[in-house]
Design a protein around this ligand. Structure first.
Ligand SMILES: Cc1cc2nc3c(=O)[nH]c(=O)nc-3n(C[C@H](O)[C@H](O)[C@H](O)COP(=O)(O)O)c2cc1C
Length: 139
């Protein structure tokens, strides 16, 4: 199965990048930032993103618009300080662009300034590994 990983990280903590690189290590697919367009059609795009000002970032939205024809199914992998998922915001763009989004997503609470120190932590990454086994590796 053809899989790609793309991410956009904004804060100095680089939580999204850490999550994307963890996935790279587990499934042996390069984790690239959203400045890298998809080169071919993929069955699963693992889009690693985070909540900023109660929305996803414009870089993520632009990536989706530019690459819509190459994504069969998008899998949302995201974090936020509040615990709120970005799925709704991702789906809003994808519905408009005709991109299929999996209902199964991975979400974790993450650190931001002084809150949620150390998150995502070992337990969060263990949950992520189980998610990858269920949704990505076994389809
Ligand atoms: C500029 C900025 C705005 C943020 N706004 C929100 C927000 O509205 N709601 C929320 O739950 N978390 C918010 N966060 C927290 C991020 O979603 C969280 O720290 C995420 O893990 C950041 O990923 P990154 O380190 O890859 O940028 C914000 C973080 C930043 C840097």
């Amino acid at each position: 199965m053809k899989i790609a990983i793309r991410y956009y990280t904004k804060s100095k903590k680089g939580n999204t990048e850490k999550i994307a690189k963890f996935i790279e290590d587990k499934i042996n697919v390069p984790a690239l930032d959203v400045t890298h367009p998809l080169e071919e059609e993929v069955e699963q795009l693992l889009l690693v993103n985070a909540m900023y000002a109660a929305d996803i970032d414009k870089e993520i939205k632009q990536f989706l618009r530019n690459n819509k024809d190459k994504i069969k199914t998008l899998i949302n992998i995201n974090s936020a300080a509040s615990g709120a998922s970005t799925l709704k915001a991702v789906k809003k763009v994808c519905d408009k662009e005709g991109i299929n989004v999996s209902e199964k997503e991975f979400h974790t609470i993450a650190s931001w300034i002084f809150i949620n120190k150390g998150r995502p932590n070992e337990e969060d990454f263990a949950r992520l590994e189980a998610f990858l086994q269920e949704v990505v590796v076994n389809g």
